[in-house]
Design a protein around this ligand. Structure first.
Ligand code: MTE
Ligand code: MOS
Length: 765
């Protein structure tokens, strides 16, 4: 049987991806009469919209319609009830790039040219463009939230040693290769089919219905694949689809809205940048006694997914460490910028950096090896509780740590790097280690559910549908392997189909790395329901006990005393049909054991933790500030991996994406709040030559999940992104070597050459 679970299978679309044959929305044949839309965006960050004159745009060649807020038949909102997230701004403009209107024309060029003829008058008001200003004015999109345990104030006061520090990390553009796009096709009676490049088809359905003022059952959202999402198409795809739906509704014709890269970068939210301030208390051995931390996120102009990002940042501030007295306060700062959103890690990366910074400072202060101090503070398995009250029962920290140090030859290379630095005045090297603990599940309990729909046809081929979306991460092949395993047929017999709100309704977004955990189980349930019916039928038909009906290698064996019978899977399917047995079933799954009190910030928000460890070596040129990652050794816990080929790819990709966040990806707004990094010429994502020259990636062996996850596998989508924290730590190590080696380094991310040089100047001074 080909394609069983735990076997390495290539992505079902791999060949189509690399040969250009995979169909993305912009590749779909356009029905006659298709129109194209372009957005009119606010050129200023904050102000009152005094005039929006679209008459010149409307009179332009090829233009069929122009739309503003007043043309929305339903509610001008792209978010749930009570949330202020207008599709088109009315009266008040809140960031440079905010959509004000839309032009629909018979060609894309005509729509874009006409959109440029909109006459916009905005009376500017003062904009808040950074976290510090928002904090000073207490401008928040939600009230500050606190995760607390014990008595951090008293414990800090009593601690033998205390250190305080500040630093910041920047945001990150998703830079999915396929930009935001939606194609809306009107049907009869106001029905609408929307092809959307979204991680959240159900939200697309809801937002379209809300804008149009119709029932959900009028709108079908369909997603075959995304050319990358990375969190950027969890909520932002909804308003893009909503705008296309609105135009289709208005014109009665198919409308495509595709954002060009520049507009995409200007109009959509990104990873949240954070500012930090903390005080850590510890004893003479480096044991952490208390932490008091402030994490302030740049939320942008509206709420979006910021509450979840803050909650994940706070629940990951502890990272791998037992901190008896703990306080972390999360601020969601309201600025006149794009509304920041989900991005791989979802606040987790922004949470763990606090302790990594603190432990480096503690080590330098005590003159000790930071990695010994790290290990000294690890959670102890089975006994220690996180600050939010979840016991770290399964705990692979020590194993991952030992493996990465051994595989990376830590002791030898530490000595080598130190020796190199003694004799190299200009180039400096650094080593960094990082332990990872990442919680898996949506922080909102009700989101942890999924559905699937499986059909077996009479030739034995199988059609598979579930609520998860395929964005390149390999979800479809993994879930197909689960179904293949249930029926014991080759995975090629299973045809994954486009995600659709008409097939599996009321779905959660494919996010929080839970895609295969949730949809894998839902598909297993559906397949197993059909299999149970097939067994019952076979038992009756062949006169054998149910336990003697066995599925293996594409066949079904019916063991009877003296006369074994073997039929193919397809033959049994056909017999079942003749016997009037239903060969179609839905499946449903909800994650057990989780609960969360969001106000108290206590509970068990995560079904389980995923663990890992990383070691990175970097070189820094102290004259130019340029840096390179020379080598990385990674160990990632994937439980019993469903598909080692896919998971290794996820680990490598996530690490390099994290490396980009820590090093070269810099978002830059000018003094007026206009984003000036709007394409690959000004915004640098890591390329193939930035990947570590030596890149040793391993999955933790013998790590079958202790919880009943699907075939004991674990989520992999986001956790390895955090492993790139080792690069940041290594850069600080190299920079410290440019000074006396005893001075702690403040290095804000992204560690661009400019920032690296500035940090070198502080240790040399
Ligand atoms: N991998 C690829 N190739 N493309 C993507 O857009 N998104 C990441 C991760 N890996 C992404 C990816 C993010 S942000 C998440 S949450 C998970 O995939 C979602 O998919 P999963 O739950 O099936 O792992
Ligand atoms: Mo991923 S940030 O949860 O879409």
């Amino acid at each position: 049987m080909k394609g069983a679970v735990r076997s390495a299978q290539r992505h079902d679309s791999a060949l189509k991806h690399v040969t250009g044959q995979a169909l993305y929305i912009d590749d779909m044949p356009e029905p006659p009469g298709t129109l194209h839309a372009a957005l009119v965006l606010s050129p200023v960050a904050s102000g009152r919209l005094m005039k929006l004159d679209l008459s010149a745009a409307a009179a332009s060649r090829g233009v069929v319609a122009t739309l503003v807020a007043a043309d929305i038949p339903g509610r001008n909102s792209t978010a749930g009830p009570g949330k202020e997230e207008p599709l088109f701004a009315v009266d008040r403009v809140e960031f440079a790039g905010q959509p004000l209107a839309m032009v629909v024309a018979d060609t894309l060029d005509a729509a874009r040219a006409a959109a440029g003829r909109a006459v916009i008058e905005i009376e500017e008001t003062e904009a808040i463009l950074d976290i510090a200003t928002a904090l000073a004015r207490q401008a928040y999109v939600q009230a500050p939230s606190t995760l607390r345990r014990g008595d951090p104030e008293a414990a800090l006061a009593a601690a033998p040693h205390r250190l305080s520090a500040e630093f910041s990390v920047g945001g990150q553009e998703h830079f999915y290769l396929e930009g935001q796009i939606a194609f809306a096709l009107p049907g009869e009676d106001g029905d609408l089919v929307v092809h959307s490049s979204t991680q959240h088809p159900t939200e697309v359905q809801h937002v379209c219905a809300q804008l149009l003022g119709c029932d959900f059952n009028r709108v079908t959202a369909v997603v075959r694949r995304l050319g990358g999402g990375f969190g950027g198409k969890e909520s932002n795809a909804s308003w893009v689809a909503g705008a296309a739906a609105l135009a289709a509704h208005r014109t009665g014709r198919p409308v495509k809205l595709r954002l060009p890269r520049e507009i995409d970068m200007i109009a959509t939210g990104k990873r949240h940048g954070f500012d930090y301030r903390y005080t850590v208390g510890f004893d003479g051995d480096g044991r952490v006694l208390a932490l008091d931390a402030m994490l302030a996120a740049d939320a942008g102009f509206s709420l979006d997914l910021t509450p979840g990002v803050i909650a994940r940042a706070l629940t990951h501030t502890d990272n791998a460490y037992w901190i008896p007295h703990f306080r972390a306060v999360g601020y969601a700062c309201k600025t006149n910028k794009q509304s920041n959103t989900a991005f791989r890690g979802f606040g987790g990366p922004q949470g763990v950096v606090v302790m990594e910074d603190a432990l480096d400072r503690i080590a330098r202060h005590l003159g000790r090896d930071a990695n010994e101090i790290r290990a000294l503070n690890f959670y102890r398995a089975g006994t220690d509780e996180t600050p939010y009250g979840q016991t770290v029962d399964e705990n692979h920290l020590a194993r991952c740590w030992a493996e990465v140090k051994q595989g990376g030859e830590f002791e030898r290379r530490r000595a080598e790097v130190d020796a190199f630095n003694r004799t190299s005045p200009i180039l400096k090297r650094g080593l960094g280690l990082f332990p990872l603990k990442f919680g898996i599940s949506f922080n909102v309990a009700h989101m942890n559910q999924a559905g699937a729909l499986v059909h077996v046809y009479t030739d034995g081929s199988i059609r598979l549908n579930h609520g998860g979306t395929e964005m390149g991460q390999g979800l479809f092949i993994k879930v197909a392997q689960v179904v293949a395993e249930v029926f014991k047929v080759d995975v090629d017999r299973i045809r994954p189909s486009a995600t659709s709100t008409a097939e599996v309704p009321n779905t959660s977004p494919t996010a929080a790395s839970t895609g295969s955990d949730l949809n894998g189980w839902a598909a297993w349930e559906a397949a197993n329901t059909i299999k149970t019916r097939m067994i019952a039928f076979a038992s009756e038909h062949f006169g054998a006990a149910e336990k003697d009906v066995e599925f293996a290698d594409g066949t079904v064996r019916i063991a009877k005393p003296g006369s074994n019978q073997v039929v193919s899977f397809g033959e049994l399917a056909k017999l079942c049909w003749m016997g009037r047995v239903s060969l179609s079933a839905t499946g449903f799954y909800k994650t057990p054991k989780i609960h969360w009190d969001a106000a108290a910030m206590r509970g068990r928000p995560f079904f389980y933790f995923s663990f890992g460890a990383a070691m990175a070596e970097v070189a820094v040129d102290t004259l130019t500030g340029e840096s390179r990652v020379l080598r990385a050794d990674l160990v990632q816990d994937c439980g019993a991996s469903l598909n080692p080929a896919i998971d290794l790819g996820q680990i490598e990709g996530a690490f390099v994406q994290g490396q980009g966040w820590f090093t070269c990806e810099e978002l830059w707004w000018d003094a007026k709040g206009l984003l000036r990094t709007v394409g690959p010429s000004t915004y640098k994502i890591p390329g193939s030559r930035d990947a570590p020259r030596v890149f040793n990636v391993k999955m933790l062996e013998n790590a079958a999940s202790r919880e009943a996850t699907i075939f004991r596998s674990k989520a992999v989508g986001e956790p390895p992104l955090l492993l790139a924290t080792a690069v940041w730590t290594a850069l600080k190590d190299a920079i410290a070597a440019a000074g006396d080696g005893k001075t702690a380094v403040r290095l804000d991310a992204p560690a661009t050459p400019e920032r690296v040089l500035a940090a070198i100047a502080t240790v040399k001074a």
